[in-house]
Design a protein around this ligand. Sequence first.
Ligand code: UN1
Length: 500
Amino acid sequence: MTHTDILTAAGLTELQLTGGTLSVTTPIDGSEIAQLKMHSVAEAQAQIAAANDAFQAWRSVPAPRRGELVRLLGNELRAQKETLGRLVTLECGKIYQEGLGEVQEMIDICDFAVGLSRQLYGLTIASERPGHSMRETWHPMGVCGVITAFNFPVAPWCWNAALALVCGDPVIWKPSEKTPLTALAVQKICDKVMAEFGEDAPKGLIQTLIGERDLGQTLTASKDVAIVSATGSVPMGRAVAGDVAARLGRSILEPGGNNAMIVAPSADLEMALRAIVFSAVGTAGQRCTTLRRLIVHADVYDQLIPRLKAAYASLPIGDPLDEGALVGPLIDADAMMAMDRALEQAKAEGGTVHGGKQVLTDNHGAAAYVAPAIVEMPEQSAIMHHETFAPILYVVQYDDLDQAVAMQNAVPQGLSSCIFSTDVRETETFLSAVGSDCGIANVNIGPSGAEIGGAFGGEKETGGGRESGSDAWKGYMRRQTNTVNYSRELPLAQGIKFDI
Ligand code: UN1
């Protein structure tokens, strides 16, 4: 399939793809595939107004009926899984299997949200007063702005949108300016699904803003956007958090990760090896959950690391649309330069670099293909505290578990973490209050590739937000405490006497 075929199959028309000033390139060969028209700030404001109108109606549609819209969305995504998966690959460069995986993640969260639409449960609470009842109810919150990053151009939107929609909230999506085409294709799917759903889906329920940072800032600054959910870099997270906090709005943040794996002496090294390679080089090292720091016990270091280097040496790097490739390109030349700079700093801090060079320079135009790097470090130095969005795996040794856990927790980020060990004392310690400080902590599984059923997010500079499964839906609703007096008296709480 040519690049044009992929765009056409995803329903994108000539009219949509031309005539604008936002140049979209594919990382596969660096060529331009579209010139999109960008929304203006005034249009963003009009979308916010339309979304608020939609909210007036949508909040009163019964939640299970709202779930029906998300069920239709999931069905349409199933039908278009291959075309959308291929577009994800074309636009962000992850291999086709991972493009498909991302669409599957959208389908999974839709299924989850459909069930959830009948389970937006509150509590009943024992009242201290006779003839009184207390309960907690959950109500729709308002417009939800969703800001997403290039590396997962569609799934994080869906984690947010599927929940927000069943919770009664309209959604406005500001995708990364590097990956707006997948957003356009998904918006088209949503338009079709809303038409099929009928009148209950108000105009302005699901919208997309194509353009640059000023549009995201319009969302974060507007008091009419009740919730802003943002995925991206730490500086971006700080900016969003600041803007939203300044107006006392609600934000759900997932900026950055710097994830580690501890390999203990009892680890199944065969399993660890496979998990390391997938989580360190998958999506060319450009996942928030990518494995960046490998902390290996001194007793198994010499068994594991030579095998890891051999596995890296035989990794098929190439066009991510080719089924044989396991490593695609980086998003652009800037990413490759950031990788080079990090490797230089690692060397200056005493590291020994294996791999990490640009490859496939002959026949792939301006693309940024690199050989994933393993960097053996004498200790966890400054560069290892920094998230570089590229396939760099730093490796250090440890002697006892406390030291390994301290190293794992010493970085500013706190998204994902894992231990490979068959010793229950070690694994339970790792998962305990004195273990990993991350939002995600796994045993005998890599740090990436989370299922949608759990809450997704992390601590410290990862922002503290939770999206996706478990009770993350509560972030999209407002909680109300209700006390009802069904007696003929008016007793005050805390036994206060106040007779008039
Ligand atoms: C991200 O990198 O922003 O756990 C999201 C994972 C995927 C999501 C990653 N399910 O790796």
